[in-house]
Design a protein around this ligand. Structure first.
Ligand code: R5P
Length: 287
């Protein structure tokens, strides 16, 4: 028997994993004290094997994950798998300036103490898997991103920077036709502003699918959409694995003229139309 233990942030995906036959669900409690501290508990948990499913979308979610790991061990679990569909702090994978921490390593070390293995979905840099002190598997959701797309006219799949080229190619392959291209991107790390240099690919009248791993502030994606619309593209679709959608991201994308915005359920958002459950279930099955 295996019991799935969802964090408060990742309940839909955990339910989809249960529906896929990965395990049965337990219902944790998620409480908060007057001083702001969280308390996640597993009053009904009674199993040897636990799979915790927790996207660390903010600082509270990190603490909740650690609490759930500790709670299932206290309740007798001898084998704990931790599925982290979205790894927060994953983009802080190096010290960009003197004196900075490698935050992805710091959180990975903390998470490793409470688990026997980790499963990640498309972390921003695959090398963050090396920061965990337990066996860590990376699942790619890129092949699922094409699911909601159909009847595209002469499509071009565009990566808004070189780092997303593979995602764009895999999405194109899953769709079954179309070309791929990418933009050059420079980010000013003091202001957060991004500057995109488009390629010379012909975009006039074509359906364009911009594919990225994360939409956070929406700066990168809205910049790409604006450039493409200025150059006479037909419809511009924005697809991503992790729809962080911080602050005014949705408004920025709408103002830029996006035709449709698609993300996955690694983060629960209204646009999480694609479930990564099949890919995660496969990875858990083959461990
Ligand atoms: C960066 O290299 C990533 O692939 C994304 O392009 C980036 O994280 C998106 O961030 P934002 O939405 O804030 O521009």
């Amino acid at each position: 028997m295996t019991t799935l233990v969802p964090s408060s942030t990742t309940q839909s995906l955990a339910a989809s994993l249960a529906a896929a036959g990965v395990g049965s669900l337990t219902t944790p409690t998620y409480d908060r004290f007057a001083d702001g501290e969280t308390l996640a508990a597993v009053p009904e948990f009674d199993d040897d094997h636990a799979i915790i499913v927790a996207s660390t979308v903010d600082n509270d979610a990190h603490i909740e994950l650690l609490q759930l790991q500790d709670a299932v061990r206290e309740a007798g679990a001898s084998d704990v798998t931790t599925v982290i569909p979205y790894l927060g702090y994953g983009r802080q994978d190096t010290a960009f300036k003197a004196g900075q921490p490698i935050s992805a390593r710091a959180v990975a070390r903390a998470i490793s103490t409470g688990t026997d293995r980790v499963v990640l979905v498309d972390p921003h840099e695959p090398s963050v898997a090396d920061f965990f002190d337990v066996p860590t598997t990376i699942v790619s959701a890129a092949g699922l991103l094409a699911e909601p797309l159909s009847d595209l006219d002469d499509p071009l799949f565009v990566a808004p920077d070189a780092g997303a080229i593979e995602l764009a190619e895999t999405t194109r392959d899953a769709y079954g036709s179309g070309e791929t291209d990418y933009f050059e991107k420079e980010r000013d790390y003091d202001t957060g502003e991004v500057e995109l240099t488009p390629s010379d690919a012909a975009v006039g009248g074509r359906d364009i699918v911009v594919v990225d791993d994360i939409i956070a502030t929406g700066g990168t994606m809205s910049g790409a959409i604006e450039v493409l619309n200025d150059r006479g593209a037909g419809r511009v679709f924005a697809v991503c694995v992790h729809p962080v959608l911080a602050g005014a991201a949705r408004t920025k994308l709408a103002a830029a003229g996006v035709e449709r915005l698609v993300g996955t359920d690694t983060i629960e958002r209204p646009i999480s139309d694609v479930s990564v459950a099949p890919a995660v279930a496969d990875a858990l099955d083959t461990e």
